[in-house]
Ligand binder design. Structure first.
Ligand SMILES: O[C@H]1[C@H](O)[C@@H](O)[C@H](O)[C@@H](O)[C@H]1O
Length: 623
């Protein structure tokens, strides 16, 4: 290896006449082909091209691989999205208390947090393919349990099972896609996984809408339908190959070369194969001793990558995406949609908007790059959250007063009748606002306890049959009638337009590429774990937060967190567009929080004497 390296060094010196491309003898040797490849990648991000002796053939097979893997993303989106509609039917049929409803929703996310962490270990040991097979098997089992459940305990068991599948899929799929993709398509293909997540959420809301017309057992179809994509993925992966990078790391060189050439359409893969192999050799020196997490934390470049990866995932969730999605039906109700069935369909429209703008992200990621896309997205997200908050603030200030306190003795113990404003009445989940209208002016309003069976009606009085427009009686649960609702609606649309192309997919995409192979499974497991933990945290605290800070306070808080995220991204996220996976680790060799600006393609990093990476321009000949 050493002799070959020296010969190549000499040849390169002859060819290019300087030492700019010559790195220390253990590291990758950049040939003029690499430079040409980089230039070509920038010129035409998706074209089929020829680099010296290396041809990149048709990416058809890679698209097939990405499709079958991204079914994992679809199931992630479907299973997290379908539950809200299913719950409307379930709570009636199984007589679920609010504690049970919360349990059934959050056990899935909690299980995903645990299994994403465990997925790192499984990935390293058994490979990406086995983990994807395992996840789709678990998804199928979970779907079957849910569709045949006859009591709430079995339901809980089913929801826990699908959560386990979601966690493993969420950390494995982006890694697998990144490892099989050619660098010029990698961003786009990994982002397709998030497109499938939001697609799954959209399909779930449509399925919810359709089966909500089926009062008995509709939920069985909603929850059970996930078996179809899960089985499809399982069958597909029986025939699809393992990641060549993982195979090489495990020393299975023959299969690694075979798979690589199959994925690249049978073209000459010598150069790519050699590059991966030499980078694995080199990593053995970096990797050191002890448990992987310890090695990641004690080696500066991987520690920095982990901070960036976990930080991005944390800020994705802290900018409140799942609250906004969950809350969209209410936001839309505030804008004047009274009918519940209509609200379900409008929530589907929100999910579709999220999906549509993720598609914009797929188109942009390899064109403008990860850094610019994330920066624009998080800044826009922060501003839209402010618009949302301002809408809620204005609505709260114009909140109609309670003018009528019913004298029904059965209500005397209820706190609802003590409120003086719609705003405070609406913030208590046990109460709703019952009112009449004179034109657009609210008249004869009262705050009433909610019916035990459904939030669509009051427990007593004029609104005990819900809204009856013909009688001029309106029931508002979770919102107040307001003339500022258009601002809230505008905020919602802006939020999705900014969040979905960048902050939605980029944390997953960036995490799939920033770790060296030895640290990739564990790094992704940790960052996916952070995503799920923050997801639980935000969803469980939202209602309490809204009660303490009111809605506008909560959204202002999310907006400030998004601004903090912007500062983090400015300082810490380097550009990885067009770089090969093996070329990304050096970007983290620089000091954290100055690497962002150093994301330029023209800087070459050199690991000096087996230690830290430095820009080639800073390294002296002696070093
Ligand atoms: O990237 C995804 C996507 O943005 C989803 O819409 C959201 O529900 C998930 O939490 C997130 O991880």
């Amino acid at each position: 290896h050493f002799r070959k390296a020296s010969e190549m060094t000499h040849r390169m010196e002859e060819l290019i006449g300087d030492r700019r491309f010559v790195e220390d003898e253990r590291s990758l040797i950049k040939t003029p082909y690499d430079v040409q490849a980089n230039n070509q990648e920038h010129d035409s991000p998706t074209s089929t091209h020829q680099i010296g002796s290396v041809q990149h053939g048709s990416p058809c097979f890679v698209y097939t691989l990405a499709f079958f893997s991204a079914l994992g993303g679809f199931l992630f989106g479907y299973d997290t999205g379908v539950v809200s509609g299913a719950m409307l039917l379930l709570k009636r049929e199984m007589n679920l208390s609010s504690l049970w409803q919360e349990l059934l929703v959050s056990i899935t996310v909690g299980a995903a947090a645990v299994s994403s962490l465990a997925g790192g270990y499984l990935n390293g040991l058994y490979g990406r393919r086995i983990c994807i097979l395992l996840a789709s098997f678990i998804f199928s089992a979970g779907g079957i349990i849910l569709s045949v459940a006859h009591n709430k305990e079995v339901l809980l068991c089913g929801r826990l099972t699908v959560g386990l599948g979601i966690g493993i899929a969420s950390m494995t799929v982006p890694v697998y896609i990144a490892e099989v993709s050619p660098s010029e398509l990698r961003g786009q293909l990994v982002t397709i996984n998030t497109l499938f997540i939001t697609g799954g959420q959209f399909v779930a809301s449509v399925v919810d809408g359709v089966f909500s017309y089926l009062p008995h057992d509709g939920w069985r179809y909603m929850l059970g339908l996930s078996v179809v994509p899960a089985a499809l993925q399982f069958l597909g992966f029986l025939f699809l190959p393992e990641s060549p990078r993982w195979l090489l790391q495990k020393g299975d060189t023959q299969n690694a070369r075979l798979v690589l050439s199959r994925i690249r359409g049978g073209v000459n893969v010598d150069e790519e194969y050699e590059r991966i192999r030499s980078s694995i050799e080199e990593e053995k020196i970096d990797a050191g001793e002890g448990p992987v997490l310890w090695r990641i934390l004690t080696f500066a470049p991987t520690r920095r990558a982990l901070i960036v990866g976990c930080g991005l995932q944390m800020f994705q969730q802290l900018s409140g995406i799942n609250t906004v999605m969950y809350y969209s039906a209410t936001i839309l109700q505030m804008s004047g949609v009274q009918d519940d069935q209509m609200a379900i369909w409008l929530a589907a429209a929100t999910a579709f908007t999220n999906f549509l703008f993720t598609l914009v992200g797929v188109w942009l990621v390899d064109r403008v790059g990860r850094r610019k896309l994330t920066l624009g997205s998080i800044l826009g997200t922060a501003v839209s959250l402010m618009v949302l908050a301002a809408g809620f603030l204005l609505s709260a200030q114009a909140s109609p007063p309670v003018t009528f306190h019913p004298n029904d003795p059965s209500l005397h113990n209820s706190t609802c009748i003590t409120y003086g404003l719609c705003e405070s009445c609406m913030l208590n989940p046990d109460c709703g606002f019952c009112y009449g209208k004179n034109g657009t002016v609210v008249i004869e309003s009262s705050c009433m306890p909610v019916d035990a069976a459904s939030t669509e009606a009051a427990a007593a009085g004029r609104c005990s049959n819900g809204t009856q427009e013909s009688l001029g009686v309106f029931w508002a649960y979770n919102y107040c009638p307001t003339s500022y609702s258009w601002i809230v609606l505008l905020g919602l649309i802006l939020y999705l337009a900014f969040f979905a192309p960048g902050m939605g997919p980029m944390p997953w995409t960036v995490n799939s590429e920033i770790y060296p192979l030895w640290a990739r499974s564990t790094g992704n497991a940790c960052s996916a774990g952070v995503n799920w933990i923050c997801n639980v945290l935000v969803s469980l605290t939202f209602l309490h937060l809204a009660q303490c800070l009111t809605y506008y306070g909560a959204f202002f808080l999310y907006s400030s967190l998004a601004l903090l995220g912007f500062v983090f991204v400015v300082g810490c996220l380097p550009e990885t567009k067009g770089l090969r996976l093996e070329e990304i680790e050096p970007l983290f060799g620089r000091q954290l929080c100055s690497c962002g600006a150093g994301g330029s393609q023209s800087v070459h990093y050199i690991r000096v004497n087996g230690g830290n990476y430095r820009s080639d321009e800073d390294v002296t000949d002696d070093e």
